[in-house]
Ligand binder design. Structure first.
Ligand SMILES: Cc1cc2nc3c(=O)[nH]c(=O)nc-3n(C[C@H](O)[C@H](O)[C@H](O)COP(=O)(O)OP(=O)(O)OC[C@H]3O[C@@H](n4cnc5c(N)ncnc54)[C@H](O)[C@@H]3O)c2cc1C
Length: 495
């Protein structure tokens, strides 16, 4: 039976990062990915010759010396990708549709403070307090601020203030509040449910800098693949980890794949959705209370997505995303409880060098519920009633996009779309959620260390959502395995 020092379950960004860090330390590592290729969430796809992004539209903190830049340098992939900056004077355009007020959000804390103060001259104090709180949270995290001495305690947040409570303390201006929390679309939890600190870590990274990668998520995954190959990491794609063998003394002994192949190991790092752990581990591995907790963890919302092609770049989307805000509560908008015409729409574009065309993506939060009736159907073998339902939903969404962003009507041809069921199957989350587990005040997500010796967890559900969140979780878990101080010192050299 082949032996590996570490078996990594799941070949998403978190799994690939874990594997790379451990291989860089000289360990024999393998990744097991159930999809036929690595990182189906981020890799994207081509339609009519045009490349579309899926799980990476833009990332925060990739500016020179910023946290993601430091991580990519340490991993040895920064030379294999080409960063592409979003417009630093307005990487996101947020439009209040009721009043047609439009705000271009810039990068950089000084610029943000002065621009917001120009927009809301009577709210200077509130604006100052908000951006100071975000910066303080970034500075206090050893995973984002490498100049501080590493201290795991400081990475554990005891402050239970929600974003909503914090904003209520600093201002009564509803428009300002909305502008200070719209990034919850990037982590899928409404302001009443998210800790200020969680919001700060995600929104704050975009406030630092906003980038994509030339060639999109596809280019990022290819860079990872190149490094994994160079580091000698074995990747078994199209293989599920069906079970993890755990001894009577609660130690990992090996894993069994869907093909029946067995691998021997003393260290298994689970980066797939935590729900999957229940089925993959023997009954005796965890206490019933822990299994119940895993089973009842709630995911972030799902979405409808439309993919369109334009022969020419769309000027309003050049170097920026657009958020179309119809009003209402974030809770209703995020959970897709509003009527379709009244939900937030996110628009993004990417120029595809190969086809010389522009790919347009539109996303609208949508619950999984109505799609659950087809949960037993498989990709490319869906029943006709689902196909009809999908067609109707996407057509309605398309009309909404054209009504609310009429500048797209002339030039964009929508060529494909995704429903919560599509997302469930490509992003491997039970209900097609955009960002996996919710990071919310009412939910206690699993920690990276488990009661089973040799079984650790990483991935977007453990620390924070998004590419940066998945990468930080990989460093946290690898820090447990190889030493935090040691990794932190190495990262410092690139900061
Ligand atoms: C539509 C969309 C847009 C997004 N946009 C952005 C963005 O612009 N910026 C950003 O930062 N983030 C974005 N995200 C989020 C980001 O893509 C994710 O947070 C990140 O990719 C998660 O990485 P991960 O490795 O934790 O999880 P995953 O990518 O889900 O990796 C887990 C892997 O485990 C595999 N797996 C599951 N069970 C098993 C098993 N038993 N055996 C073997 N393999 C298994 C799965 O197939 C999967 O590939 C977006 C996500 C979506 C869906």
């Amino acid at each position: 039976m082949p032996y590996y020092d570490h078996v990594v379950v799941g070949g998403g960004v978190a799994g690939m990062t874990v594997a790379m860090i451990l291989a860089m330390k000289g360990s024999q590592v393998t990744i097991i990915e159930s999809f036929p290729f690595l990182s189906p969430t981020v890799r994207g796809f081509r339609r009519k010759g045009v490349l579309f992004d899926t799980g990476l539209h833009y990332v925060g903190g990739l500016g020179d010396g910023h946290p993601l830049d430091v991580y990519f340098k340490h991993l040895g992939i920064s030379d294999l990708i080409q960063k592409k900056a979003y417009n630093p004077n307005g990487f996101d355009r947020f439009i209040f549709e009721e009043t047609e007020a439009s705000y271009d959000i810039p990068c950089g804390f000084n610029k943000l403070t002065s621009r917001f103060t120009n927009w809301f001259p009577n709210e200077g104090k509130a604006i100052e307090r908000y951006f100071t709180a975000i910066q303080q949270a970034l500075d206090a995290s050893p995973f984002l601020n490498f100049s501080m001495d590493f201290d795991l305690e400081s990475a554990i947040h005891n402050d239970t203030t929600t974003l909503e409570d914090f904003l209520a303390c600093i201002t009564e201006n509803e428009e300002l509040k909305t502008l200070l929390c719209y990034q919850n679309l990037l982590y899928g939890v409404p302001p009443a449910e998210v800790l200020l600190i969680t919001h700060a870590l995600v929104a704050g990274s975009y406030y630092m800098s906003a980038h994509t990668v030339e060639g999109g998520g596809n280019a990022l995954v290819k860079a990872y693949e190149k490094r994994l190959k160079k580091l000698g990491v074995d990747c078994f794609c199209g293989n599920r980890v069906e079970s993890i063998q755990i001894s009577d003394t609660r130690e990992v002994e090996g894993v069994t794949l869907s093909t029946g192949k067995k691998l021997s190991t003393r260290s298994c790092i689970w980066t797939a959705h935590p729900h999957g752990l229940i089925k993959a581990t023997p009954d005796s591995a965890f206490r019933p209370a822990f299994k119940k907790r895993l089973a009842t963890l709630e995911d972030t919302t799902s979405a409808l997505m439309l993919f369109g092609i334009s022969e020419h770049p769309i000027s309003s989307l050049n170097g920026r995303n657009i958020f179309l805000w119809p009003g209402g509560s974030f809770d209703d908008n995020l959970n897709g409880r509003s009527d379709q015409g009244e939900s937030i729409i996110y628009l993004s574009s990417a120029y595809d060098k190969k086809s010389k065309k522009t790919a347009i993506t539109a996303i609208m939060p949508q619950p999984y519920g109505p799609y659950a009736q087809w949960k037993d159907s498989e990709r490319s073998k869906r029943p006709t009633d689902y196909i009809e339902y999908k067609k109707t939903a996407l057509e309605k969404f398309k009309q909404e996009v054209f009504r609310r962003a009429p500048e797209l009507q002339e030039s964009v041809e929508f060529v494909d779309g995704a429903t919560p069921l599509t997302l469930r199957d490509y992003c491997a989350t039970p209900t097609g959620s955009l960002y996996g587990l919710q990071h919310s005040v009412s939910q206690f997500n699993p920690a990276p260390i488990t009661k089973v010796t040799g079984l650790t967890l990483a991935g977007q559900g453990i620390v924070a959502p998004g590419i940066l969140g998945a990468i930080i979780s990989a460093y946290l878990t690898c820090g447990i395995l190889v030493g935090h101080d040691h990794l932190h010192k190495e990262l410092r050299q690139y900061a």
